[in-house]
Design a protein around this ligand. Structure first.
Ligand SMILES: O=C(O)C1=C[C@@H](OP(=O)(O)O)[C@@H](O)[C@H](O)C1
Ligand SMILES: C=C(OP(=O)(O)O)C(=O)O
Length: 669
């Protein structure tokens, strides 16, 4: 997951391969709640692990459910309709699928609860649900604005509820109110319970998910159209024992769009023609726009058909979440695309009609919007502008705007606060990057002499940008270590053997650790002797050649920060930013001295300094790739700079090389 302030997506050209998507949010949170209300244990396979499911799980654990993580499964032991904890303060984040259904269930379970969420959750309506529950005899107070969370739920007894008349609930703001009642009312079904929907029900396919899962838990709701629903007397939740969560069809929309825009064949696994999720009907919309789609029970295969895409006008009430993806696809269409009947967009993670209109306009598009529609005009190749896309803490805004990186103007796209995808798809960008081909992957090279602080600087810069990190020095150090262990010496007579070793090094970097054939060699390669060996093996041309390919393979999306001695001159000569980092020998000796002392290794400043100078001389005078700044490198002497100042300087240089206006600061996101 990217927790950076922003993520720059380089211009992308095509997509190919296979993605396996995480579990459906809507199914996951329903299954968790139903399993919690049932008695017995339910083993859930392929549950989504994201912010929305975590708030649900935390709440259920607080209420006394036993939750055990297994290998790819989660076992949840239900309450059997009885609370073991009658009082709790529960935090719902921004998960509508937790807030609304738990409000209904807890109102009937007879405890004393406070339910709150993030500030935006406190702006998302819940009044229609509270009204329905109040009619029934439940006792709920608003702790902030009437009609909105946070809520206080007071205990009532099931016998005191008024179940004789139909319960009336409005269906035109969110279908989650009806879902919440349908999932909770079996708790009180000592007689038939009827729910009448007032107003036109929106987002109907989500009710089908609810009914489908209720049936799997033994509750068979009768319905008359979308107007009247009856929970039969004597209904009891029965755990199905095992249940599988299909992949998220709304999450699939970004990859279906990806296939339509840029692929000769992209396979999506985990969700397909037999999905119980309404958002699977996004495939029809994408096909109308020109995508070629084949499907099987739980897979989809998508490729580009018509190009440019075909503009459409579509009532999107049945696919409110996936429809946002169409608004970005519309940029690649042959005319204006109009999405109608989407008033609910205004009360979701953000006002999505405004958000989409604002951000599409930043890319250069003409957009028209009204209370319940959006019209997006396509962008000609010369109309695209570089934009920092604000995401409003809305996962879908972040995910669908990544598709703008296929623009024909080859402009990168900056997505602010990419972390918001954690709501439903924490690894969205990693998954995207695994199947797309960029025009080029940006690299920042940081070269410099030993102990100049380039490792610390490079790690920090990589961290700020969400880029990969290559410690090329470590490759040489590990080669030196492997050489010693093989009983070889760093002399030309052993050059071929050492190069062979280097070529097949079983090395990986894992959370800052260097692992050689599974052994943590991080400390072993940091000794002064290992440094000397590294310097010696690095002077052998065959070894350098063997390691070149390995180093180049680190150049992966979204970008790379590489530190070493010849990153800018030899390995990545086309890097858009090269920094040559220096510090006086006295300064470097002092830093290294402190480092060694802190590790309990005793040494003297003088000996360190003369070692450093000897090493500088050897590194800068070797015949192959000597240590010298690339011609186009920026020099940074950090003798008197703090680490933060050096990092800021490099990030400023990087920002200057970008087409975006200015990097956001932590103070003003
Ligand atoms: O019940 C559900 O799982 C959902 C219902 C929909 O909300 P509305 O009914 O408010 O449109 C949808 O947007 C949301 O992401 C999930
Ligand atoms: C509207 C959404 O979420 P929620 O379940 O919080 O309503 C969404 O995921 O797009």
């Amino acid at each position: 997951m990217f927790s950076t302030e922003f993520l720059d997506i380089p211009p992308l050209t095509e997509a190919a391969g296979t993605v396996r998507l995480p579990g459906s949010k809507s199914i996951s949170n329903r299954v968790l709640l139903l399993a919690a209300l049932a008695s017995g244990t339910t083993t859930v396979h392929d549950l989504l692990d994201s912010d929305d499911t975590r708030v649900m799980l935390t709440a259920l654990a607080q209420l006394g459910c036993r939750i055990e993580q297994g290998d790819g499964t989660l076992r949840i032991t239900g309450l059997g309709g009885k609370l073991s904890t009658p009082q709790a303060k529960l935090f719902m984040g921004n998960a509508g699928t937790a807030m609304r259904p738990l409000t209904a269930a807890l109102s009937l379970l007879g405890g004393d609860f406070e339910l709150s969420g993030v500030p935006r959750m406190h702006e998302r309506p819940i009044g229609d649900l509270v009204d329905a529950l109040t009619q029934l005899g439940c006792h709920i107070d608003y702790l902030g604005n009437p009609g909105y969370p946070p809520l206080r739920i007071h205990p009532v007894t099931l016998q005191s509820l008024h179940l004789d008349a139909p319960i009336r609930v409005r269906g035109d703001v969110s279908s989650q109110f009806l879902t919440a009642l349908l999932m909770a009312l079996p708790l009180a079904s000592y007689r038939d319970i009827t729910i009448d929907v007032v107003g036109e029900l929106i987002s109907k396919p989500y009710i089908e998910i609810t009914l489908n899962l209720l049936a799997r838990f033994g509750i068979h709701v009768r319905r008359e159209g979308w107007q009247r629903f009856t929970i039969p007397a004597g209904s009891q939740y029965q755990s199905p024992g095992e249940i599988h969560v299909e992949a998220d069809a709304s999450s699939a929309s970004y990859f279906i769009a990806l296939g339509a825009i840029a692929s000769e064949g992209l396979r999506i696994e985990g969700v397909g023609a037999e999905s119980i999720q309404g958002d699977i009907r996004f495939v029809e919309a994408a096909a109308q726009m020109g995508a070629r789609i084949q499907s099987g029970p739980n897979w989809l295969q998508v490729s580009r058909g018509a190009w440019p895409l075909k503009a459409i006008t579509l009532d999107c009430n049945h696919i409110p979440d996936a429809a946002m993806t169409l608004a970005v696809m519309a940029l690649y269409a042959d005319g204006p695309t109009t999405l109608t009947n989407i008033a609910s967009w205004r009360v979701k993670e953000t006002d999505r009609i405004d958000a989409m209109a604002n951000e599409l306009a930043k890319l250069g598009a003409k957009v028209e919007a009204g209370p319940d529609f959006i019209r997006v005009f396509p962008l000609p190749a010369d109309g695209w502008r570089a934009a920092s896309i604000k995401t409003y803490d809305d996962h879908r805004v972040a995910m669908c705007f990544s598709l703008a990186a296929f623009n024909p103007a080859s402009i990168p796209v900056r997505v602010l606060d990419p972390h918001c995808v954690a709501k439903t798809f924490p690894d969205y960008f990693e998954t995207l990057f695994s199947v797309v081909k960029p025009l080029s992957v940006p690299v920042i090279c940081i070269d410099g002499p030993t102990a100049s602080g380039k490792g610390t600087l490079a790690v920090e810069v990589a961290h700020e940008l969400g880029y990969h990190y290559l410690d090329s020095g470590a490759l040489y150090r590990v080669t030196g270590l492997a050489m010693r262990r093989a009983g070889l010496d760093a002399d030309p007579a052993h050059e071929t053997q050492i190069a062979d070793l280097a070529r097949t090094l079983p090395l990986r970097f894992d959370a800052g650790k260097a692992m050689l054939a599974g052994e943590d060699v991080t400390d072993a390669i940091r000794s002064e002797a290992a440094g000397m060996d590294a310097s010696r093996v690095s002077a052998l041309p065959a070894v350098r050649a063997a390691l070149t390919e390995l180093q180049i393979s680190f150049r992966r999306l979204p970008g790379l920060v590489a530190d070493g001695r010849d990153m800018g001159t030899v390995i990545f000569p086309d890097a858009p930013l090269k920094v040559f980092l220096t510090a006086s020998a006295a300064q470097r000796a002092e830093r290294r001295h402190k480092q060694l002392i802190s590790k309990g290794i005793s040494t003297t400043l003088d000996s360190l300094r003369s070692d450093l100078e000897a090493r500088d001389l050897r590194d800068s005078s070797r015949s192959v790739a000597p240590l010298k700044p690339a011609e186009d490198a920026r020099r940074l002497d950090n003798s008197t700079l703090s680490i933060e100042q050096s990092v800021d300087q490099v990030l400023n240089w990087w920002q200057q090389a970008q087409p975006f206006q200015a990097a956001p600061t932590k103070a003003s996101p």
